[in-house]
Design a binder for this molecule. Structure first.
Ligand code: SAH
Ligand code: SF4
Ligand code: F3S
Length: 464
């Protein structure tokens, strides 16, 4: 369908085009970047680029970057330093190398990247990935290309459709972006600036992509969005759908046996979504619901627009609908103004919820966000101490959750061969890798096992 867009315009055919071209993509940051990297690789396949894992063989090197914390953004520049040498070495052998920076650093810094790292030929923001093939052609013709507008055309409409063979080679689980961007403007966060305002993909587009994934052998689909539960659209009957209604429809897609979604905002958990957790066995009992902090004062300063108590009551409702559900979350320690008492409130909230898994970070001031301008920044050693204490607590909870699975019988989706002969590895409903006897089934099967013991972050099983 959409692959015609790329094919209509012939690639500027240089003399070297007899040799198949190779693209190396390195992905930083969140799952949406993983999804985007695949879509970019698909768009480039239509241009004759095949993917490679060996950067030194690549005619096109693409870094798909993340801007969420300072460290994430800085990694890109150190990688570009290495790429500069590589490009020079390839140049000596008469090989051209185009270097592109995509993703959230591209969107945030634009042509500043080329000023700081002249090795870069091409900068492209997440809203314009459908223009990547043209941008690469321009770069090959010697132009420095910067594409960072919030495009008005629908990039998803214009990106080539996923091809079956390509999906097959990727395995039995897949991401599917349904929503992108954010209007919530938490005061610490760059995402509203890098991903633009909140948009939802239409129902028909999502269903078509899910169907293609199902046909290609994908068994588990994770719906993605920066605020995935803010997704909304018009159902086939003309009524307004939220993510809950969409999930009820997606369980009917042939082949798809399991659904997940991430990341959710507490303010967008509505009754239909909670009902989906009660009524849909295919919706896995696992919910990533970041709260960031446990102190109402800090939550307010972060512009999260809910209290700690709102969050706890919401989890009560979710657990009432499905007692099996495991919680996951994100936390920031050392937001400006955070006192010991505020941090204690975060620890209390964590103890009260009991997380199966969680991510925690030291606050990183991001240029252009209100948080960076706030008074009372917390000293680095204080952030370190708080992060350590929080991670110790979350680590204990994660270990306790793993232990609580021992003796349970559960369905496991087999994903890949194991490291030891005779073993295969699958995924529990709660996302842990499960080691399974290879006689139990094949990749793509959902097999029933009993958990016998825990590993470091995994589970061991016996067939039942
Ligand atoms: N859209 C998601 C989160 C996106 S960013 C949500 O609303 O939850 C993923 C996580 O990175 C956030 O949940 C937050 O915990 C962390 N994060 C974002 N900005 C940060 C910053 N400036 N410093 C430290 N951590 C940050
Ligand atoms: Fe960032 Fe907040 Fe939007 Fe999440 S909800 S992406 S943390 S601004
Ligand atoms: Fe990073 Fe952008 Fe994702 S900043 S976390 S790659 S949305």
């Amino acid at each position: 369908m959409n692959d015609t867009i790329a094919r209509d315009e012939p690639a500027a055919a240089p003399a070297s085009s007899a040799q198949p071209k190779k693209v190396f993509v390195k992905t930083y940051g969140c799952q949406m970047n993983v999804y985007d990297s695949q879509r970019m690789a698909d768009a480039l396949a239509a241009e004759g680029y095949s993917p490679t894992d060996a950067i030194e063989d690549a005619d096109l090197v693409l870094l798909n970057t993340c801007h969420i914390r300072e460290k994430a953004a800085e990694k890109v520049y150190s990688e570009l330093g290495r790429i500069r040498k590589l490009k020079a070495e390839r140049g000596e052998r008469g090989r051209e190398t185009i270097v592109g920076v995509a993703g959230c650093v591209a969107q945030a810094e634009g042509d500043e990247i080329i000023r700081r790292a002249p090795v870069v030929d091409l900068v492209i923001g997440p809203q314009t990935y459908h223009r990547l093939p043209q941008a690469v052609r321009k770069a090959r013709a010697g132009e420095k290309v910067v594409e960072t507008d919030y495009a008005i055309e629908d990039k998803f409409e214009r990106l080539p459709a996923l091809r079956k063979a390509e999906v097959r080679s990727r395995g039995v689980t897949a991401f599917l972006t349904v929503q992108e961007g954010c209007d919530k403007f938490c005061t610490f966060c760059v995402v509203p600036y890098t991903r633009g305002s909140e948009t939802s993909r239409p129902v028909a587009q999502i269903l078509a992509e899910a169907q293609r994934l199902g046909e290609a052998g994908v068994r588990e689909v994770t719906l993605l969005g920066q605020n995935v539960n803010a997704w909304h659209g018009e159902g086939p009957d003309g009524s307004e759908w939220g993510l809950g209604q969409l999930l009820f429809r997606l369980v009917e897609v042939p082949g798809i046996a399991r659904l997940r979604y991430t990341t959710s905002h507490p303010r967008d958990m509505d009754d239909a979504l909670i009902a989906a957790h009660r009524d849909l066995p295919a919706l896995m009992p696992y919910l990533h619901l970041p709260v960031q902090a446990g102190s109402d004062r800090i939550l307010k300063a972060m512009n999260r627009r809910h209290t700690a108590d709102d969050y706890l009551r919401l989890i009560e409702r979710i657990r009432a609908a499905n007692p099996d559900i495991a919680m996951s979350g994100d936390f920031i320690v050392g937001f400006p103004g955070e006192t010991d008492a505020d941090f204690e409130a975060t620890m209390r909230l964590v103890r009260e919820v009991g997380y199966a898994q969680a991510f925690s970070f030291k606050y990183s001031p991001r240029p252009g966000t209100p948080g960076a301008e706030m008074p009372l920044h917390v000293a680095e050693h204080v952030k370190d101490g708080r992060l350590q204490a929080l991670q110790a607590l979350l680590g204990e909870q994660q270990a306790a959750f793993l232990k609580s699975r021992v003796g349970l019988t559960m369905d496991v989706l087999i994903e890949k061969p194991g490291r030891q002969p005779g073993q295969i590895v699958g995924r529990s409903p709660w996302l842990q890798p499960v080691i399974v006897d290879e006689k139990a089934g094949e990749i793509g099967d959902i097999v029933r096992v009993r958990i016998t013991k825990t590993g470091h972050a995994s589970l061991f099983s016996e067939p039942v």
